[in-house]
Design a protein around this ligand. Structure first.
Ligand SMILES: Cc1cc2nc3c(=O)[nH]c(=O)nc-3n(C[C@H](O)[C@H](O)[C@H](O)COP(=O)(O)OP(=O)(O)OC[C@H]3O[C@@H](n4cnc5c(N)ncnc54)[C@H](O)[C@@H]3O)c2cc1C
Length: 416
């Protein structure tokens, strides 16, 4: 019987441990926190967006950080395979807008409890509060895993320690350290799916304001590099929310590469063409012709956004609407469709939903997740250098890579 040590009890490690145990291996799961799946418990705002019901090719498209590496894992373990397993294990699921799949109970804790139940059922041993300190290698193959309590001799090791985001959940980048010690390289660690910091200090005045159905573009050197439609929010330092998090990947790349200024451009009324929006402004201006400008836009914008829009259009909020010239109205129109914020940077990796960068994929076999440098060593989940958008794509990547690693350890013949 093979002895497999899984380091880290997040999505990837839990799947790997359950599958390896189900397939007959003796499994020891070492977790440094006082519980497994701490991060899983806060995913999807506590509801856990487990996966997406899109075609697997969409998963690759939604993984801007090295998505192609995942082809092999997705061929073996798809979203349908994942849901079949979860249903078999007694966790019903449902599909929501955008194909996002959640547990029917809306509780991320139910996903974690399901894994705890099957870990027990298949006889995997779990050690909590036991951070791994190093991996021992002999003659190019794994030999053991060391913690401050014990040395675990083993035939295979799966590093599933996650990235460096949300360190309070246990993901503090330890896996990078062990892997480096045994010859692996780690690519640059950067935040992905992270709020954006803006130069404009006025955002603080409208912090908490959430905008729905807006379109946000990332612009640099007058070129639009990415665009998203949906929901965003102002914060004390800049902007956040689903579409901002998704766009942060492009912003991060531009900041690093272009060294040219980057802007976020918000179209507050993307459903309307400039002509239609201008007509709409004219109708409102007629209706409120005797009011001051600041009091004549309440049908069009949230109250606290109005002063910002007027200021960006360089107009006087106290000016009576019946004195607004056509040129001034067009200035307003422009701002409504191109509200521009200058990007100062991204929030740190610790605040990111996922970590971009990690164990270099050149050193792992994409079909098996085994290291090309150390026999019997595997990587799974966010510790590897890939990162996806929101929508359930990151958890599926963690589950699929964990699954494949466990299957390769227990059934290498199936991969020949
Ligand atoms: C707030 C938030 C919400 C998210 N929501 C979603 C979502 O709804 N859908 C989605 O697809 N993705 C979501 N993600 C991303 C997703 O949670 C991660 O990509 C995924 O959890 C990665 O799984 P993992 O197993 O690779 O790593 P992790 O879940 O980070 O697990 C790593 C585990 O390793 C343990 N560990 C670390 N070092 C050691 C050590 N030295 N010894 C032993 N154990 C160690 C950690 O304690 C941890 O338990 C979200 C992320 C965040 C932060």
């Amino acid at each position: 019987m093979k002895h497999v040590v899984v380091i880290g009890g997040g999505a990837a490690g839990l799947m790997a441990a359950v599958i390896a145990a189900r397939e007959g291996a003796q499994v020891t799961l070492l977790e440094k926190m006082n519980m497994v799946g701490k991060k899983m418990g806060i995913t999807g705002k506590g509801r856990c967006n487990i996966t997406n019901n899109a075609d697997m090719s969409e998963f690759i498209k939604n993984t801007p950080g090295n998505g192609k590496f995942l082809y092999g894992a997705y061929e073996r373990f798809t979203n349908v395979d994942l849901l079949d397993l979860l249903h078999e294990w007694g966790l019903p699921t449902k599909v929501e807008r955008g194909g996002r799949v959640f547990p029917e109970s809306d509780s991320a804790l139910d996903v974690r409890n399901t894994f705890m139940k099957v870990l027990k059922k298949y006889g995997a041993t779990v050690h909590l509060n036991e951070p791994v300190e190093r991996i021992l290698v002999h003659d190019g193959a794994v030999k053991a895993v060391e913690t401050d309590k014990h040395t675990y001799e083993c035939d295979a090791i799966i590093i599933a320690t996650g990235g460096k985001s949300y360190p309070l959940t246990g993901s503090t980048g330890d896996g990078y350290k062990f892997a480096k010690q045994i010859g692996h390289s780690v690519t640059e660690i950067r935040p992905s799916l992270v709020p954006i910091v803006t130069e404009e200090a006025w955002v603080k005045e409208i912090m908490g304001l959430s905008l729905r159905n807006v379109e946000v573009s990332v612009v640099s050197k007058n070129k639009v590099h990415a665009k998203q439609f949906g929901e965003m929010m102002f914060t004390h330092f800049g902007v956040t929310g689903p579409i901002i998090l998704s766009l942060s990947h492009t912003v991060g790349k531009l900041l690093k590469k272009a060294k040219a200024p980057v802007q976020i451009e918000i179209n507050l009324k993307p459903a309307l063409t400039a002509e239609v929006l201008d007509k709409r402004l004219q109708i409102d201006f007629e209706l409120y012709s005797k009011k001051q400008l600041a009091n004549g836009m309440k049908d069009l914008l949230p109250q606290n956004l109005i002063p910002m829009v007027i200021c960006l259009a360089e107009l006087d909020p106290a000016k009576p609407i019946n004195q607004i010239t056509k040129e001034e109205r067009l200035q307003l129109l422009y701002v409504l469709q191109h509200m521009t914020l200058n990007v100062k940077g991204l929030r740190p990796v610790e605040e990111a939903i996922v970590t971009s960068g990690g164990l270099s994929l050149k050193e792992f076999n994409p079909k098996t997740m085994e290291s090309k440098l150390v026999s019997g060593l595997y990587g799974a989940g966010e510790v590897l250098d890939f990162d996806a958008f929101t929508g359930g794509y990151n958890l599926q990547a963690a589950f699929s890579t964990g699954y494949v690693a466990a299957m390769h350890i227990t059934h290498p013949d199936m991969f020949e």
